[in-house]
Each structure stands twice: as structure tokens, then as C-alpha cells.
Design a binder for this molecule. Structure first.
Ligand SMILES: Cc1ncc(COP(=O)(O)O)c(C=O)c1O
Length: 405
């Protein structure tokens, strides 16, 4: 009915590439096959006990059951600002420079809705966490692509980044208003140095654009690497906001708690749009999130160590099986270049093959943009025993292939 009524925004969203792999995975499972699933970035453990206890306690109080504050309760915003102060030495005003969000994804999408005029251009490095670019498309803007380049240790080639960024500024029309950065990066795990942000803030002031930085994986770092914050740069608040989430650091993905802090104009725009759209998270979740940020942080260290161990087991066992991969310095992912003999088939076909022949599910790199075509993303969400089993399956798969070739 009503074929002439079309939903242009929805039509601009492509079919989810990951759905193709998912369908095969579900069919295999229905047929009784054991699929080792590294495809989703969904943390596999529970939230720490003291946070759950606080949620239960707060949920028992009748006063916590009404509508909450759309920008987050004051105590949570204060805890967010204190977290920044402790961690990065950055002073923030909980009233005007912080907003609690229903996960960082909600915060990001609504921020972009709030600040994008029709036709506005944003620069988003490719590959990318898909919503980083599609939020602009949904908001009526457009994205100017720039390929992200990094070395074999997944460190961003910063010189190249700035050369490419300058070029993008000169090529794009109209002139881009926004740049999205996400380091440590999903999917590539790429990292940057603090100097990177100093240069970026300087350039933003010169070229007059805002920066949206997403540090969802800030706590998941290895081998002594520490995630820098753009807000630690002097004057960064003039041009940047940054988002963080409790999803990964505290295993609270389903709770939907994150935040955006920094530039008053952008934070204010997000606070305003949220005040029209929602009534805030369930208060007990906000109370428990406050405890997560203010309380003991050994739980974060335990979660970090779990991923580190899995990273080591995966990289070592897959490499021994014949798929050479380097260790990333951060995130809960491995961004693995497809073995040479399979590269020409593309990441989607390779992922399907790996699934049907080795019973291992990964995310095809093309789902994150053209810059991901030679890679697959492996999420560290299966335990060590299952990772070793996957390595065995892959060894057999590679051997069979060589036997055929
Ligand atoms: C880079 C990045 N940002 C944001 C998110 C969303 O996190 P949240 O659960 O806070 O919405 C993810 C989730 O995978 C992510 O990878």
C-alpha cells in the first residue's frame, strides 16, 4: 500500500553487511553445528557485583521510579567530571560540560542530529564503526571519506593522517564542519599519541571545525599503552567533545550508560535535544553508574586482563595455525589481514568461507567501509578454550585449502 510514500532516510541506510554472515551462522546453529562466534562486539561477562547490588538497592526505593533527568542526575554528571579530573587532569562543569547518555551510541546519534544542518559535511575516517558515518546521513548531512592508515603495530601514521586531512579539507564542498575520531579505534584497533591531539586541536582552530572524539575503548589497553584524551590538550574544549561508555570497561553494555563531555555549545545542543526526546535513564541505573565511576576500579583491571589474555592466546594460536597476525595495543578486537591466498575473494566471501568450513564467525571488514576490505574483525568475546578450538579449526581449514591448491 501507498507505494509512493517512501522513507528516504531509511532507504539511505544500506543492508547491514553483517546480516549476511549472521544468517549463515544462525542456519548452521539450527542444524546443530558448534560455531565459535567472534563476530559481535558484545562483552560476555556480567557487570561487577557491587554495581548490581547498588542497582537493586536503588530500585527498591519508590522515589526512583518516576521520570528522571534527561541530561542525567547531578550526582552522575559530577562522577563523570571527577572521572575526567582523576584520569586526565581535565576540569569540567557538570552543568554545562557533561551529559549522561543511554550508551555512547545514543549520545552520538542525538548529538549529530542536533548539530547537523541539511548538507553539512563531516569527515569520518574509513574504516569506521558504521554509525559514526551513518548518523550524519540520517541527520541529512553527508560524509567525506578519508582512509585511515596505520603501521604493522596498528599505530596511526599520524603524518599521513594530517596530510590526508588537509587534502580532505581542500577537496570537500561545502567545507566540513565536523571530524570524527575514535582512538583506540573500532574496528582497526589503531591508536594515537597525545601529540596527535595537540596537532588536531591546532588544526581545528585554524580550519574552524569541531571534533567529536569517541574513546569507548579507553580502558582496554595493553603493553603499557595508555589512551590519551583530546580534552587534555589546552584549549581543546573550544573545539571538541569526547564520549565514553560504561559498556566495555564495566561489562555494562545492556545497561545503556555513557556520556559526552567537553565543548559547551555541543554539549548544550545535546542536552537540549535530549530534553525534547527522552526523560533520562531509569534513575537506579544512573545511581549504579555513579557507583561504577566513583567506586573501586579493580573490576576494570580484571576485565582488561581478561581481554589481554584472550588477545595473546588468539594471536599466538592463530599465528601458529598459519594465520599471521600482530598484537593490537588496545580494544577488544583483533583486526586481522586476510591470509594472502584468500585476499582477492574479499572480506565478505572470506568470512562466509571461514564460517562454513572452519565454523568460525568473524565480521567482514567491508562492513566497516571500503578501507576494511582486506581485513576481518575478530571480537575477543569467546573464552580461551574456545579460541584454541578456533585455532585448530583454522589450521585444518588452511591445510585443506593448501591441499586443494
Ligand atoms: C567505537 C564505539 N563507540 C561506541 C560504541 C557504543 O557503545 P555504547 O554501548 O556505549 O552505546 C561502540 C560499541 O561497540 C563502539 O565500538
Amino acid at each position: 500500500m501507498f507505494d509512493e510514500i517512501r522513507f528516504n532516510k531509511i532507504d539511505r541506510l544500506p543492508k547491514y553487511v553483517f546480516a549476511a554472515v549472521n544468517e549463515i551462522k544462525m542456519a548452521a546453529r539450527r542444524a546443530g553445528e558448534d560455531i565459535i562466534d567472534f563476530s559481535m562486539g558484545n562483552p560476555d561477562g556480567p557487570a561487577p557485583k557491587h554495581i548490581i547490588d547498588k542497582l537493586i538497592e536503588a530500585a527498591q526505593k519508590p522515589k526512583n521510579h518516576g521520570y528522571s533527568a534527561s541530561k542525567g542526575i547531578y550526582k552522575l554528571r559530577l562522577a563523570i567530571c571527577n572521572w575526567y579530573e582523576r584520569r586526565y587532569g581535565v576540569a569540567l562543569d557538570p552543568e554545562t560540560e557533561a551529559v549522561a547518555t543511554m550508551g555512547s551510541k545514543e549520545g552520538y546519534v542525538h548529538l549529530v542530529q542536533a548539530i547537523t544542518n541539511p548538507g553539512d559535511v563531516a569527515i569520518v575516517p574509513d574504516p569506521t564503526y558504521p554509525i559514526h558515518s551513518y548518523a550524519f546521513i540520517l541527520a541529512g548531512g553527508s560524509v567525506h571519506k578519508m582512509y585511515l592508515k596505520f603501521n604493522e603495530n596498528y599505530e596511526v601514521d599520524e603524518e599521513q593522517f594530517f596530510a590526508d586531512l588537509q587534502k580532505a579539507f581542500h577537496e570537500a564542498f561545502p567545507k566540513p564542519k565536523y571530524l570524527v575520531v575514535n582512538f583506540p579505534h573500532n574496528p582497526s584497533t589503531a591508536t594515537v599519541t597525545p601529540i596527535f591531539y595537540e596537532k588536531l586541536v591546532e588544526l581545528a582552530k585554524k580550519e574552524r571545525f569541531y571534533i567529536i572524539s569517541d574513546i569507548a575503548y579507553a580502558d582496554l589497553t595493553y603493553d603499557g599503552y595508555r589512551t590519551p584524551s583530546i580534552l587534555a590538550v589546552d584549549g581543546a574544549k573550544d573545539v571538541a567533545v569526547e564520549s565514553f561508555t560504561l559498556s566495555k570497561s564495566y561489562n555494562m553494555a545492556g545497561w545503556r550508560v555513557g556520556f559526552v563531555v567537553g565543548n559547551k555549545k555541543l554539549v548544550g545542543a545535546l542536552q537540549k535535544i535530549k530534553s525534547w526526546i527522552d526523560y533520562g535513564m531509569f534513575t537506579p541505573i544512573q545511581v549504579a553508574a555513579t557507583v561504577a565511576l566513583n567506586g573501586p576500579q579493580d573490576c576494570v583491571e580484571e576485565i582488561r586482563q581478561k581481554y589481554e589474555k584472550r588477545r595473546d592466546v588468539l594471536v599466538e594460536s592463530f599465528s601458529r595455525a598459519g594465520w599471521k597476525i600482530n598484537k593490537p595495543k588496545a580494544t577488544m578486537f583483533i583486526w586481522a589481514r586476510i591470509p594472502e591466498e584468500f585476499r582477492s575473494m574479499g572480506s565478505l566471501e572470506f568470512s562466509k568461507k571461514l564460517l562454513t568450513e572452519a565454523k568460525v564467525a568473524v565480521s567482514p571488514g567491508i562492513g566497516f567501509g571500503e578501507g576494511g576490505e582486506e581485513y576481518v574483525r575478530i571480537a575477543l568475546i569467546e573464552n580461551e578454550k574456545r579460541i584454541r578450538q578456533a585455532a585448530k579449526n583454522i589450521k585444518r581449514f588452511l591445510k585443506n585449502y593448501k591441499g586443494e591448491a
